[in-house]
Write a protein that binds this ligand. Structure first.
Ligand code: COA
Length: 253
């Protein structure tokens, strides 16, 4: 994607990481220069967000500069600094961030997790299927010390699912009610050394990566039950403390 200003002036490398400050890496200048560069970065983020939304058939963009300013998220931009006679063009955008999510595994057990999430991903139409998406994704994995199977993906398109299969062998996505998708490998084995701090009192296992597994019953079956009055009569008790299973305590992280 082309801009009226020189992209290669503000972005010093082929992949740049933009955080909520919207200040590009390596920026050096006075206050006026800063205001100017931030406005340009905002324009790039908004244009890439709009193009991504159009490519996915969404009526509203997922990525805007305003949203990025307010959230603890990262936008990675892929830049071709040689294109347009050295002025540069932006060819891709990938947005990530951590989200607090409830995710069900294949056994129907639910987990409270705060994984790194792929929130938006776009490569310009003129450059798709040339390996740029993989280049951007690999950069992100390295920067975030993440493995592909550890990620949750927000509303992935069929193209992105195909991308995950082709490059990372991830198949049979587990689609969640919250529209996120995860793959096998997202959940550590319950018996593995990765899972620590077993607390049978509330049926919760805490994994090293912050993943909490609830092993107790869920929903109405897990709700606290009142003492059984018939049981009290049979056992000649005036009051009884319920010893029946109570539901999982859902902790917020
Ligand atoms: N149809 C089906 N699969 C596609 C595809 C398409 N039009 N474009 C890319 N893919 C998948 C395929 O697995 C492809 O491998 P193949 O060409 O051997 O079939 C692989 O991605 C190519 O990998 P790569 O070139 O590294 O990816 P890319 O640069 O095309 O970027 C996307 C991948 C998904 C970011 C890009 O296709 C895109 O921007 N799509 C539109 C927006 C979108 O769907 N974003 C995901 C939203 S969550």
């Amino acid at each position: 994607m082309e801009f009226k200003f020189d992209v290669s002036d503000i972005f010093p490398s082929s992949v740049v990481e933009i955080n909520p400050s919207l200040i590009p890496p390596g920026f050096a200048g006075d206050r006026r220069g800063l205001t100017n560069v931030v406005a340009k970065v905002a324009e790039v983020v908004n244009a890439m967000g709009d193009a991504s939304a159009a490519a996915q058939g969404l009526s509203n963009p997922i990525t805007t500069a305003e949203r990025l300013r307010k959230a603890d998220q990262t936008v990675y931009l892929l830049v071709d600094r040689e294109a347009k006679g050295g002025k540069g063009v932006v060819t891709g955008m990938l947005k990530t961030g951590k989200k607090s999510l409830y995710i069900f595994d294949r056994d129907g057990q639910h987990h409270h997790v705060s994984p790194p999430c792929v929130l938006d991903f776009y490569v310009h139409e003129s450059r798709q299927r040339t390996g740029l998406g993989k280049q951007l994704f690999e950069h992100m994995l390295k920067k975030e010390s993440a493995q592909p199977a550890n990620l949750a993906i927000d509303r992935p398109s069929e193209k992105l699912l195909s991308f995950m299969t082709k490059h990372y062998g991830l198949q049979a996505p587990m689609r969640q009610m919250n529209n996120y998708v995860v793959f096998d490998g997202f959940f550590p084995d319950v018996g593995s050394a990765d899972v620590t701090g077993d607390t049978p009192e509330n049926g919760t296992k805490q994994a090293a990566n912050g993943l909490q597994t609830y092993t107790g019953p869920l929903g109405r079956y897990g709700a606290p039950r009142p003492p059984c009055s018939m049981g009290q009569i049979i056992h000649n008790q005036t009051s009884i403390q319920s010893t029946e299973t109570t539901g999982p305590q859902i902790a917020s992280q």
